[in-house]
Ligand binder design. Structure first.
Ligand code: SF4
Ligand code: SF4
Length: 133
């Protein structure tokens, strides 16, 4: 099983209460939060309830986006199919956990974000936003 390098540390208690998946999926949904409007359309289609609402990156009180808990996603692609803004790339699992921090602006699942990537890759700042889909 590929190591989830997008996770920063322990799972928050709220997330840990949800049941874990049985095996690693072939595909992973990663929200490109740069294009997410927070419309919540994807949430109702997720069969394992692993899409979480996250405060907006710039105006937390007035905006929201969503984040996939990539340790619970089963890769069914229903969210990507129904996203009206086409901002959920379905990626092979290993590629997904590698690219997730470059597409995540805010996280409540304790996953790495663009800012974390910037601090890890000296001198590259927030270049993670430009990762290829
Ligand atoms: S791919 Fe399926 S399991 Fe994963 S977040 Fe989307 S709807 Fe949920
Ligand atoms: S359906 Fe697309 S735009 Fe709407 S909240 Fe989900 S990812 Fe964001």
């Amino acid at each position: 099983m590929a190591e989830n390098t997008a996770r920063k540390g322990e799972r928050p208690p709220l997330i840990a209460k949800k049941p874990s998946r049985k095996r690693e999926p072939n595909l992973l949904a990663v929200i490109d939060q740069n294009g997410c409007t927070g419309c919540e359309a994807c949430i109702i289609f997720c069969p394992v309830d692993c899409i979480e609402i996250v405060p907006g990156a710039d105006f937390a009180q007035f905006q929201q986006v969503v984040e996939v808990d990539i340790e619970r996603c089963i890769g069914c692609a229903l969210c990507a199919k129904h996203c009206p803004w086409d901002t959920i790339p379905m990626l092979p699992y290993a590629e997904g956990i590698q690219k997730a921090p470059g597409l995540t602006l805010k996280s409540i699942c304790n996953q790495k974000t663009v800012e974390d990537l910037g601090s890890e890759v000296r001198g590259q700042g927030t270049e993670g936003r430009n990762l290829d889909k």
